[in-house]
Design a protein around this ligand. Structure first.
Ligand code: OAD
Length: 261
């Protein structure tokens, strides 16, 4: 099915003063990073991502959880930004005011050229001590796959001695970083249009942002190959992979490249 960009959307975007793009794991799927709803494969096939991303799981089996995040970090470091990340970085250059808010803990937006993504769920690259909260620096290079298994014992904190290092991400049940949330909320209140890209819209409070935007009469545009609970809220639902849809919107809106039938 060809993806057609409605003329009305093109006019709205050209006139917009402030655009917000809100992204989830689906935007990195075409870079080879599995989303949280994808079935895990290989060493991890018996596990559910949402069961590994909790403080409880870390308490129960910290080597398993650290091993899982190191596996994800290695995957991200070997991955490259895809056309969706690149289109978002290009968008930032052409709209008068622009804010990127991501739930992703990878750095593919930054590597695509986005200047200041707001990370609502932290980052794989900013671990900290689970005891004293001091930041920890990963050794340089891509982490090794754990040999013959999934477990990697997390390092100990060099400052407080005993604390174990934990991933710098927000786990289920934890609060979002306050300043990031404040900035994200402010941008949503100020924008004219908000793209929700590659997110299942299931995890709150992040999923509240597009809903809040629609409530305030902002134009909400969803980009996702699958239906989500945002379908009934978004004014435009562009059904397809972000790596095809976003470059098309960019070309059609800012370079007047017409849709092909
Ligand atoms: P999910 O894994 O819940 O959802 C991924 C979404 O991406 C789904 O709706 C897919 O249909 C969509 N998708 C897949 N391929 C796509 C593509 N090529 N282009 C566009 N969309 C595509 O990911 P999130 O919504 O980001 O939180 O999950 C939200 C949060 O739940 C995550 O940040 C993480 C997770 O558990 C924490 O770790 C706290």
């Amino acid at each position: 099915m060809p993806i057609l960009i409605p003329d009305e959307l093109v006019s709205i975007l050209r006139a917009a003063r402030h655009i917000v793009v809100f992204t989830g794991a689906g935007i990195s799927a075409e870079s080879g990073i599995p989303t949280f709803r994808d079935a895990l494969t290989g060493l991890w096939e018996r596990f559910d991502a949402s069961d590994l991303a909790t403080a409880d799981a870390f308490r129960r089996d910290r080597a398993l959880v650290w091993g899982w995040y190191e596996w994800r970090r290695a995957k991200v470091m070997r991955a490259q930004p895809n056309p969706a990340h690149l289109a978002i970085a290009a968008l930032e250059q052409v709209v008068p005011s622009f804010t990127l808010i991501t739930q992703n803990v990878d750095d593919l937006h930054e590597r695509a050229g986005s200047s200041a993504p707001i990370h609502l769920h932290g980052s794989l690259q900013s671990p900290r001590c689970s005891g004293c909260a001091r930041p920890f620096e990963h050794p340089p290079g891509i982490p090794d796959e754990p040999e013959g298994g999934r477990h990697i014992e997390p390092p100990r904190c060099a400052h407080c001695g005993g604390g174990r290092i934990r991933p710098g991400v927000v786990w289920f049940g934890e609060s979002l970083p306050e300043e990031a949330w404040r900035q994200a909320h402010k941008a949503v209140m100020d924008c004219d249009a908000l793209f929700s890209v590659g997110t299942s819209s299931l995890v709150f409070p992040a999923a509240e942002l597009p809903i809040e935007a629609a409530r305030k009469n902002k134009v909400v545009i969803q980009v996702n190959p699958q239906p989500t609970r945002l379908d009934t809220v978004a004014r435009f639902n562009l059904v397809g992979p972000a790596g095809s849809v976003l470059p098309k919107i960019y070309a059609r809106t800012w370079h007047d490249v017409q849709d092909q039938p």
